[in-house]
Design a protein around this ligand. Structure first.
Ligand code: PXG
Length: 440
């Protein structure tokens, strides 16, 4: 039977995520191919990728090992039930992830995205305390300006107003630490000096509610989505000490910092602070096939491994947890990272990136520049009464000129693939300088 196409193939059916749909559909920005550091736009131009897609294509695009791993997997095993059955590559990938994870993070729970990883970690935290007879620990603590995906758990602990206020009452029993963004740290290269004491706010929350009611604290070691907010020197160490003192689990949301973004496999290693759980996604499969994961300590994992052995220990999981195709993509990705030394490359190229980025300090509209590893942010003075407009016009102009950047509020955020060369950094920053000179 011939396909019955009642509708023309237009842009109306696809309701796009986190997008100004009407504006996009009037002047679509289509991407039709990608390789290495570049996208190809619908009108045939090469676009230098300054954002690794959405912080996910850490090894760049269409990398042969990853593509080949997926191709081979399509010949072998398309899908295997994820519950009460297994397939070898999920186990192999979990072992390989645990290998590069901080010491003591030995267990890996797979899911399909960062949002699912966050909700999984929060559920594990609650169930862990309950399993140990501390069922009164039900409160979850997030942070203002935190982004933890879009599930109900994630938006509840998250601190982005627009992601929360349209969606009802959210989870009960959630509190927030203050964000670590301080004006006195403007134009700092690398980790800021001021603000470690903001971690002490956790002591106030503990005093208010009682430690015995608090299950976990979740933070991004470096917040990406809200415009690159860095942890002041000593802040994460303090947070670790306070959580440990009160028996509260510390979760690092490493969905963007995981897999080499800061110059170590995980931010936990970069900062030398080990949490109790790590959430990750994105770079786990180089963004090619959706996959997320939660890494835990054996202490947490083993607490569930009690009771009759035929019983399911954790009532949680997804149809596609550790799916064959995603596992294959993950293995190809980790091979690529290892062969090319990408998980530490940001440490090598970071100083060059830092200098290039901060060369924009005197450019029009710029009020702050922040960086760490291969992450950079340029904060612009908003147009009076029209927040976000200036940065968005920078984004449009940049795309016109052949570079891809991200904006959030009036902040330009960049996180190029870890394979970026010095020449490409020059091109990215040079083009951005032109953009800033040209926009209103
Ligand atoms: N946690 C963190 C820290 C994230 O950055 C998520 C969870 C959710 O992941 P999923 O896979 O469910 O989207 C994220 C996602 C941006 C941008 O431009 C950032 C994200 C996603 C899309 C855009 O900053 N981060």
């Amino acid at each position: 039977m011939a396909l019955d196409t009642k509708r023309p193939n237009d842009l109306s059916a696809f309701w796009m995520p986190f997008t100004a749909n009407r504006q996009f559909k009037q002047a679509p920005r289509m991407l039709v191919a990608a390789e290495g550091m570049h996208y190809t736009s619908g009108d045939g131009r090469q676009i230098l990728d300054g954002t690794a897609g959405l912080w996910c294509c850490n090894a760049g695009h269409k990398r042969p090992k990853i593509m080949e791993a997926i191709r081979q997997q399509t010949e072998e095993l398309d899908y295997a039930p994820a519950f009460q059955m297994g397939h070898p590559k999920a186990f192999e990938l979990a072992t390989r992830v645990a290998d590069i994870a901080p010491d003591g993070m030995d267990n890996v729970f797979f899911c399909n995205s960062g949002s699912e990883a966050v909700d999984t970690a929060l559920k594990i935290a609650l169930a862990y305390h309950r399993t140990r007879g501390e069922g009164s620990r039900t409160r979850l603590i997030g942070r203002e300006r935190g982004y933890h995906g879009v599930g109900f758990g994630g938006i509840s602990v998250g601190g982005i107003v627009n992601n929360r206020r349209h969606f009802g009452t959210l989870l009960a029993g959630v509190d927030h630490l203050p964000a670590t963004h301080l004006p006195q740290n403007a134009h700092t290269k690398g980790q800021p000096e001021h603000g470690a004491d903001l971690a002490d706010e956790l002591e106030k929350i503990v005093a208010l509610h009682g430690a015995e009611t608090i299950a976990a604290v979740i933070v991004e070691p470096v917040a990406g989505s809200t415009g690159v907010i860095l942890p002041p020197k000593g802040y994460l160490e303090k947070l670790r000490a306070i959580t440990k003192k009160h028996g509260i689990l510390l979760i690092f949301d490493e969905v963007i910092t995981g897999f080499g973004r800061l110059g170590a496999p995980f931010a936990a290693q970069f900062f030398g602070v080990t949490p109790d759980m790590i959430t990750c996604a994105k770079g786990l499969t180089n963004g090619v096939i959706p996959m997320g994961a939660v890494l835990t300590t054996p202490e947490i994992h083993d607490a569930f491994m009690a009771g009759p052995p035929h019983m399911i220990e954790l009532f949680h999981g997804y149809t596609y947890s550790g799916s064959p195709m995603a596992s294959a993509a993950g293995l190809g990705t980790l091979d690529t990272y290892a062969e090319e030394g990408l998980l530490t490359r940001a440490a090598e190229i970071g100083p060059y990136w830092e200098e290039a980025l901060h060369s924009l300090a005197g450019a029009r509209h710029v009020i702050d520049i922040r960086n760490l590893g291969l992450i950079g942010a340029i904060e612009l003075e908003p147009i009076a009464g029209e927040p976000t407009k200036r940065a968005f016009s920078a984004f449009l102009k940049a795309f016109e000129k052949g570079i891809m950047i991200r904006t959030t509020g009036d902040i330009i955020a960049m996180s190029p693939p870890l394979i970026i060369t010095k020449d490409q950094i020059d091109q990215l920053i040079g083009t951005l300088a032109e953009v800033l000179a040209e926009i209103d």
